[in-house]
Design a binder for this molecule. Structure first.
Ligand code: UGA
Length: 439
């Protein structure tokens, strides 16, 4: 099929290359000339395992190209909307400017019989509004909502092997037509027996925000347990293991630590609360405010813990921060708990040296005042305390004996409960973690 992908950020770029991998003829459109140039030359604008290979393969096949001109979508039957929906400045609600601009510009070149497929995370009610706009301006064109559930770090795998396909469709024959086009574009995924949920616009939009809210709630639940563990001397890691054996609960997303960040979970739960308020159903989601609060408290607690281990004062203390991305295998620092803690430590007088295998460039642009190092050893040289804030494999695998040689004081704060406590304490380190007794 000939398809277009509007918006070539994280979601769109991976989606465009993945659709070419499935055999489609794809044009990716973005307003950012630099991004388009980079992608066209097989340079990836962000760090994502497997994406570089996928992009190079797709470009070499001749089935993928990028452009800044929306008129280049001409001839495509299906147009994926993959633009971002960030949090509005100073408000909880989502900023739909990019979705609206992209739809408007697409409408200018859209033909009858073509299908617009929304993938961006939007407040419930958006799809119905956009569908009306499309129908008014381009009779015979259709709109479907097909939320995306990819995780950063697993974006390629999640796009090519999703665990479900959700289609939000218009009623009646229009819906049948839209479904046939979606089944055709996803044919290899559908043929594999991937579960499909075929529904209306509102349900499809809500599936996405409900899923992210549930994940955020699960993380904050275990972090609330961590707070109680700190008050009682219990161990949150063992607690998570034990409750996780119950398959109704499950062990995934029960890792206590610094909590969630990134470009999705925090802004999605806030946008969901804002939308519920507009709909007069705000009481249904007041618990998400607590989920958000618990999450943000972990960052404050981490700074306190660092102060505690630095003998009650951060002033002039040399602190090494290992990991600044919001999660491992990513260079994304949007609402990164690790960067937030590093910045707070620095603002409170510590001399902070930060390292990360992928996110230093992004972090340096955002927080140039922090000191950056290329390796964990360099960051930790003569440090008074080492904080592991993103659980990259290379930090989990550090040899505590050799690493102990570079620091001034062997004090480690495990912000992600990712280190082997016994090995670190055996090597003479004072070990502290959120929700666990000191080792
Ligand atoms: C999240 C969802 O997991 C995806 O399904 C969704 O498609 C995506 O948002 C989106 O809306 O686009 P992502 O932001 O890539 O994906 O990251 P997650 O893997 O969900 O992790 C989010 C945060 O939670 C990270 O900061 C991570 O460190 C933290 N986390 C995760 C924990 O603190 N504990 C856990 O047990 C798991």
């Amino acid at each position: 099929m000939r398809i277009s992908v509007i918006g070539c950020g994280y979601l769109g770029a991976v989606h465009a290359a993945s659709m070419a991998e499935l055999g489609h003829d794809v044009v990716g459109i973005d307003v950012d000339r630099k991004k388009v140039d980079a992608l066209s030359e097989a340079r990836t604008p962000f760090y994502e395992p497997g994406f570089q290979e996928l992009l190079s393969r797709a470009l070499a096949s001749g089935r993928l190209r990028f452009s800044t001109d929306v008129a280049d979508v001409a001839g495509a039957q299906l147009h994926f909307l993959c633009v971002g929906t960030p949090q509005k400045r100073g408000e909880y609600a989502a900023d739909l400017r990019h979705v609206e601009d992209a739809t408007e510009s697409l409408i200018g070149v859209l033909g009858a019989g073509e299908l617009v497929v929304g993938k961006s995370t939007v407040p419930v009610g958006t799809a119905a509004r956009l569908a009306q706009l499309v129908a008014d301006k381009v009779p015979g064109a259709l709109l479907a909502w097909n939320p995306e559930f990819l995780r950063e770090g697993f974006a390629v795998q999640d796009t090519l092997h999703p665990d479900r396909l959700v289609y939000g469709l218009p009623p009646g024959e229009d819906g049948d037509r839209a479904r046939a086009l979606l089944d055709e574009v996803y044919a290899p995924i559908v043929d594999r027996g991937t579960p499909q949920v075929v529904t209306d616009y509102a349900t499809a939009e809500m599936v996405k925000t409900a899923a992210n809210s549930f994940l955020a709630t699960k993380i904050s639940f275990i972090n609330a347990m961590a707070e109680l563990c700190e008050a009682t001397g219990a161990d949150v890691k063992l607690l998570a293991d034990a409750i996780g054996y119950d398959d109704r609960i499950g062990r995934k997303f029960l890792n206590a630590g610094l909590g969630f960040g990134g470009g999705c979970l925090p802004k999605d739960i806030r946008a969901f609360m804002a939308r519920a308020g507009e709909l007069g159903a705000d009481q249904a989601l007041t618990f998400l405010r607590e989920v958000d609060n618990i999450n943000m408290r972990r960052r404050i607690r981490m700074v306190e813990l660092a102060r505690e281990v630095c003998d009650g004062s951060l002033l002039g203390k040399r602190v090494a921060v290992l990991g600044v991305a919001f999660k491992p295998d990513s260079d994304d620092i949007r609402d990164s708990p690790a960067l937030n803690v590093a910045a707070q430590l620095q603002l409170q007088g510590a001399v902070v040296r930060v390292t990360d295998p992928a996110a230093i460039g992004n972090s340096r642009r955002e927080w140039p005042q922090l000191d950056y190092a290329d390796t964990a050893e360099e960051a930790a040289e003569r440090a008074d305390a080492v904080l592991v804030l993103t659980e990259w494999k290379q930090y989990r695998d550090l040899d505590p004996v050799a690493f102990g040689e570079v620091v001034a004081r062997k004090r480690v704060l495990d912000g992600r409960n990712a280190l082997d406590r016994d090995a670190w304490t055996a090597a003479g380190w004072a070990y502290r973690a959120l929700g666990r007794r000191a080792g």
